[in-house]
Design a protein around this ligand. Structure first.
Ligand code: AOF
Ligand code: ZN
Length: 358
């Protein structure tokens, strides 16, 4: 199952609204287990993992064990259900990690297998598999995406400097980690304050992964984003969503639309965009993972609304000093309810990852 979980990571972030899951078909040959078929959900979401693993295993699947990171589907989509494909192939045993919360599946996949006399073992390494499937599971069970809040804090507890544009807080290795994180996220979110102050591009620029930039989403209640910004100018090549309460006839809207920006109509409460409703809208559009990259106001609002599932905190070696903008949290003052899961050192910078305890 650990090998299946690793295989599923191959297409993480590239299967659209479908989760990237994997199947391994294993049988005993000369007294030891041998993998005779491998499948991972295809780029775009179809075909499913099982179909491909069974095709590779061929006749060898008869009497074999299938390891699946997600319950095999039970619904008729563009192809027949994977549970039925496993039955037809004659596998003897299915070992599964997570149950699929999709209304069309949710236990029905296991039921099809058991009704055909297949031995089913559920919940194997379920926690590890669920961690990779966090986006998909959040969208299905909470109608919102999995939200990762990333923040880089200087040694003196700052996230930037007043009026200084982008202030480098972490070095190159940490920056590459962030680009790698972008490549497996569906959406990158920032507030309009950060968009104006930093003029960021928010793309994935790692060699070989340039085509893997997520949708860029700016929370821009009154459409302040300049048409000359890097975000607006690149909206034709990398999707740009603007969450706004600006009216249909707002002139800024026409100008940004002509550059390729799309608009998410957002509700407003007390002069602020309603974040829970916005998250629901994002999930309804099929996006499962949101990476939040700034700034302090947005981070604080998301934490206040309890919409953050994971914190990724980079602590840089540099100091910002005068005119520094205080970080909303730092290693010494973390928000409540988060538990540490990982610490890494990237060159001069430290990374700490925390998970919201639910
Ligand atoms: C599987 N194997 O590899 C994946 C599954 O739009 P469709 O027909 O592709 O169905 C999408 C659903 O399929 C999705 O919500 C989830 O329940 C399941 N994903 N199932 O048997 C796979 N990716
Ligand atoms: Zn399927």
């Amino acid at each position: 199952m650990a090998a299946a979980i690793r295989l599923a990571r191959w297409h993480q972030g590239r299967t659209g609204s479908n989760p990237s899951v994997a199947t391994l078909i294993v049988r005993e040959i000369d007294g030891g287990p041998v993998i005779i078929g491998r499948g991972v959900t295809a780029i775009g979401g179809r075909p499913h993992a099982e179909t491909q693993a069974l095709a590779e295993a061929g006749e060898g699947a008869r009497g074999a064990t299938a390891f699946v990171t997600l319950e095999p589907c039970a619904h008729h989509g563009r192809t027949p259900p994977c549970a039925e494909a496993l039955v037809t192939a004659g596998v003897a045993r299915v070992v599964a990690a997570c149950t699929d919360p999709d209304d069309r599946v949710s236990g029905r996949g296991y039921a099809i297998l058991r009704a055909a006399g297949i031995e089913v073992c559920e919940g194997v390494l379920a926690e590890a598999a669920a961690s990779d499937l966090a986006g998909y599971l959040a969208r299905r069970t909470k109608n919102r995406p999995h939200v990762i809040l990333k923040m880089a804090v200087s040694a003196d507890g700052m996230i930037g400097a007043e009026g200084a544009g982008q202030v480098p807080i972490t070095a190159d290795i940490a920056r590459r980690q962030v680009h790698s994180l972008r490549s497996v996220s569906d959406v990158i979110m920032i507030g309009s304050g950060t968009a104006l102050a930093d003029d960021p591009e928010l793309t994935c620029r790692l060699p070989g992964l340039e085509g893997r930039s997520p949708i860029r989403l700016v929370l821009d209640r009154t459409l302040r984003l300049p048409v000359a910004s890097k975000l607006a100018r690149s909206a034709r090549s990398v999707p740009l969503w603007l969450a706004t309460s600006a009216q249909q006839d707002d002139p800024a809207r026409a100008a940004l639309a002509s550059l390729g920006a799309e608009f998410l109509a957002a509700e407003c409460h007390d002069g602020r965009l309603a974040l829970p409703e916005l998250m629901e809208d994002i999930a309804a559009r099929g996006a499962s993972t949101v990476l939040v990259e700034g700034g302090a106001v947005l981070a604080t609002s998301l934490l206040d609304e309890d919409l953050v599932d994971r914190l990724i905190l980079f602590t840089g070696a540099v100091t910002v000093g005068e005119r520094g903008v205080d970080a909303p949290f730092a290693l010494a003052r973390l928000p409540d309810g988060f538990v540490p899961v990982r610490t890494m050192q990237y060159g001069p910078d430290r990374m700490d990852e925390f998970e919201r305890q639910r």
